[in-house]
Design a protein around this ligand. Structure first.
Ligand SMILES: Cc1cc2nc3c(=O)[nH]c(=O)nc-3n(C[C@H](O)[C@H](O)[C@H](O)COP(=O)(O)O)c2cc1C
Length: 261
């Protein structure tokens, strides 16, 4: 038998062995990289969220250390139904989206109340308090809901009166660049500070309208200019802001807060 007959590099079995071996080696490399990089990725995501919270609070400084700046913010856990603070979970590690899907930690949102289009929510949620001495100077709420293509996640900051908006920022969404992603851009974002969530009563009045808010509109304090060519994303923003400040979201918490202060 010749050497060639004994070892045929191009035989089907050798080709298969090389192909399978190579795929195994590659999959081990990719999985190991994913495992090794996961904590770094999670830390970066957490740091990005903290940066957005600092940004919405107006506390972000150029070249500032995010961890040090964020230490000035007090995270607290709230039970949404009662609006009371609770120690049932750690706000630093609480995953609201995961908890929403958990039968023990989440609740279904009745269809007629689900204006954010999220189906379920966690029973608990973190809030972030900014203090000036002992007094609360800002209340920052996590908010999320469906846009046209994606779930839009962000933070809404309120003045200590619990109704005046200090700012709104999103940290994750997949709306279309140039259309829906105007929610991340100035000058649209600059309209939010000073707007009012509530009139009398507990139902949020704030909304993004279609077109521009007339300067002399009597209810201009509850209205934000529309997003040109992206009304569906804009409607999603109205839905999520109204849901999370409303009676099924942080409404009971904000009501307690307004009554206490
Ligand atoms: C490829 C494509 C991407 C779009 N992306 C968005 C989007 O991210 N957000 C949005 O509201 N509308 C988006 N639209 C437009 C919507 O279909 C719809 O026309 C628009 O929201 C209506 O807003 P308008 O009344 O201000 O024009 C997109 C349309 C196309 C064709």
């Amino acid at each position: 038998m010749s050497e060639k007959d004994k070892f045929d590099r191009d035989s089907i079995s050798n080709t298969l062995i090389v192909a399978i071996g190579l795929s195994l080696v590659c999959s081990v490399i990719v999985s190991s990289a994913a495992i090794v990089l996961k904590p770094i990725q999670e830390k970066n995501e957490e740091e990005f969220r903290q940066q957005i919270i600092l940004d919405v609070a107006g506390l972000m400084e150029p070249d500032g250390n995010i961890e040090e700046l964020f230490a000035a913010i007090e995270p607290r856990m709230v039970e949404l139904e009662t609006g009371e603070y609770t120690d049932v979970a750690d706000p630093a590690t609480f995953d609201a989206l995961m908890a929403a899907g958990d039968p023990q930690l989440g609740v279904a949102i009745p269809d007629d109340l689900d204006i954010a289009g999220i189906g379920r929510r966690a029973k608990y949620a973190p809030v972030y308090l900014v203090r000036d001495g002992d007094a609360v100077s800002q209340i920052i709420l996590p908010v999320y809901g469906k846009g046209l293509w994606s779930t839009m996640l962000g933070y809404l900051s309120l003045e200590p009166d619990g109704t005046t908006v200090k700012g709104l920022r999103f940290y994750a969404h997949a709306e279309t660049p140039g259309l829906g992603d105007q929610i991340d851009k100035q000058p649209w974002l600059a309209q939010w500070p000073g707007k009012q969530i509530f009139d009398v009563g507990d139902e949020p009045q704030i909304r993004v309208i279609k077109g521009a808010v007339p300067a002399d509109a009597p209810d201009a304090q509850y209205k934000v200019d529309g997003l040109s060519g992206a009304t569906l994303t804009a409607n999603g923003v109205t839905g999520l802001v109204q849901y999370w400040t409303g009676p099924h979201g942080f409404g009971p918490y904000l009501k307690n807060y307004r009554e206490d202060s």
